[in-house]
Every structure is written in C-alpha cells, then in structure tokens.
Write a protein that binds this ligand. Sequence first.
Ligand code: SF4
Length: 418
Amino acid sequence: MNAPVPSPMRRGACPGLSAPMATGDGLLARLMPSGATIALPAFRGLCDAAARHGNGIIEITSRGSIQVRGLTAASAGPFAADVAALGIPAAEGIPVLPDPLSDLDDLSVIDAGVIAGELRRALAASALASKLPAKVSVIVDGGGALHLDDVVADVRLRAVRTDQGVRVHVGLGGTAASAMSIGAVALHCAVECAVHLLDLLAAFSPQRMRNAVEDAGAARFISAMAGILEPASTPAARPAADPVGVHALRSGAVVGVALPFGHSGAENLSRLIGEVECAGAAGVRTAPGRALLFVNLRPAAADAFAARAATLGFIADPADPRRKVIACAGAPICASGQIPARALAPAVAQAVRAANVVGPVHVSGCAKGCAHQVPVPLAIFGRAGACDIHWNGKLVSSVNADALAVQLERLLPEEVSR
Ligand code: SF4
C-alpha cells in the first residue's frame, strides 16, 4: 500500500485511515467503528499499531470515533495496512451512528445497528457522500438507555412505541432538544426517509440541516416526505445518558470507561484490555462521550474491573470531575492551538470540582471550539497565547496559561455564588 498523501488541515475535515490529516503532532488517522463489537485482540492490535507507527496517543472522540496521532508520511500507509488486517468492524462514508447498546438493551425498541447498516448500504449506493460535507451525520436511536439525545446530527431517527406499532420519529439538525421535529415514519420507511432528507440537503448551501431548515423552513422537508411521513409529537425528553459505569444487561454486564479528556497512551489501553480479558469480556465498543464499553463481562467481575480501570487512570465513575471537562488537544498537538488545552484540563477539573460548577466545562485551544459546539456555563478559549475565561457567555477574565488554575480558584466561587 502506498503511503497516503497528507491533506492540508482544515476545520471540519474528517481524516480517515487512507487519508490522514496533518496536525501539529504529525498525521492523524480516524477510524469510525460501525457499532459492532470489536474483538479484544483486534483492539489490542490497534494499540500496538498506534505505538509502532504513531506517537502512541489514541483518542476516542465525542462521537465515538477512534483517532491515532503522530503518524508520518512513511508510517501512515503501513499503519492503515496493519489496521485493515485486524478486521475491526468500521464504517465509511456519511457517518451513521446507532446507539451503542441497542442490540443488548431490553429497553430498546429496535436494534438500531440493523437500520444503521441498511442506511449505510443505501448511502454507499448513492453519490451523496461526495455531495455533502464530511461533518454531515445521521443518528439512529433504538430507544435504549444509552440514547443519543445529546449528540448533534443533521438527521435524527428515534424508534418509539406507539398505539399503531413501532414508529421512527424524525428530527432535523441539532440535539434531540434543539432539532426540528417533522413527524414519524414506519420502521420500513426509515432508510428511505433518511436518504431522501440528505438528498434534499445536498441542494442547500451551507449543507447543514440546521441552516437549511432555518432558510427554507421545515415545511419544505415535510412536503417532500408526503406519503411516508405521519404527524407525530416530539418524543419525551429522557434522563441524561452516561456510558461510564457498570450497566447490568440481559447478556451480562457492560462496563463503560472513559478516557481522561478523550485520550490515552496505547500501552495503558493495552493494559486495560488485559484486565478486561481476565473479567471475561467478549469485546469492546466505542461510545459517544469519549468512552469504551466493554461488553458481556461476568457480572461478578464487573465492579472489580471498573476499580482496576480507575487504578490505571481511566474514568470508571460517572461522578469523576474529569468527566465534566471537555478539552480539545490544543497547542502544540493541534497547529491552530493558542493554549495547551489538553494539558490545562486536569487543573481546570480540580478547580471546577472545588467550586462545584454545574454542567460541562469547555477548554478550547482556539476560538473554533471543535470539541464542543453547545454553549456551556464555563468556557475557556485560547487567544493569542492567553486563556479567555467566559462565564455564562460573558468574558470575565483573560490570563496566561500559567496563571489559569489560580485565576479559576479565585473566580469560580464568586461566579457560582452570584
Ligand atoms: S479548537 Fe482545538 S482542536 Fe480545534 S482547531 Fe482550535 S486548537 Fe485545534
């Protein structure tokens, strides 16, 4: 296999295995798992390949993709070949995200992975991937406990039970809370509906559903779906879903472990795989929220494995304060970074815990805010080497990175108590 040609870095680019993206620490390759279980030896092989060909840093993104950093023009091709040989179930083209446990969760209305697979095949048979931006995505939510309500997507499909049987509710753009609800379709029409909506989106500029709905109105999309779309109210909001922790399912225990600030060394991840093998796990899936879900553990071994994961530095407790902080790589890992966002994140987590800040906190290397697109109470943006601290959308302070922790310790108790 020839070494891939690095593409110039641009915001919104989605680096695949065969076309990694140039960043501040070399080439970045992204693997989009299909949602199916990854065998543990294959995942360990991925860790080994990341250490052998890259700088050994592996990331799980907010949407559950796997990123490997620090590849070179010479090593990216061999890395892609090694990973291809591992047989990891991965997806290509327009991202279609099923909820990660819907085939194992008794609460699920449908197995979202089946519809996601059918939709991927339909999209692959169309030319839509070449007509739409790489960031356009579809969510297929089977209705289980680990739902995708907080994940942003252009087309949102959610299975619901109704008096008429199973229906798939359709939302356009944003999260479940912010999407435009346009009605529901029968289950057998869900794939046709999503393809048709993306086809309509391709005619807009910019080609993001939120903009298209604002520009043209939902009626434009509703009328185009005449014949398959039924009126339906927006499904009820659900309690927040968190993959981290022990989940007792009919097939066995699932343990969700998050990577602190979304990244880990490949060697430490390999150690984690060794631990979960001892606990009898069948494999691993990625999950939105920068997490790994180890499936089908022996129930009696689940708590001990979670404790071992915490000892290795991973997040196994949903209440861990690091879970609140969403940080991008920042400088020098990302060439656009103005501050070392990832390196600052642990100190921010400490200050946030001490001040009892409610809600997620965003630390962004620059104004682009790649890691989190939704406003949060506390956000820190890098600008010209300084950390701009925003509280409830207002700039309240600007300090050097060295002084950030002290400034947060001083500021946060005041702001929280206001
Ligand atoms: S937000 Fe972070 S990851 Fe995105 S371009 Fe800026 S520094 Fe890079």
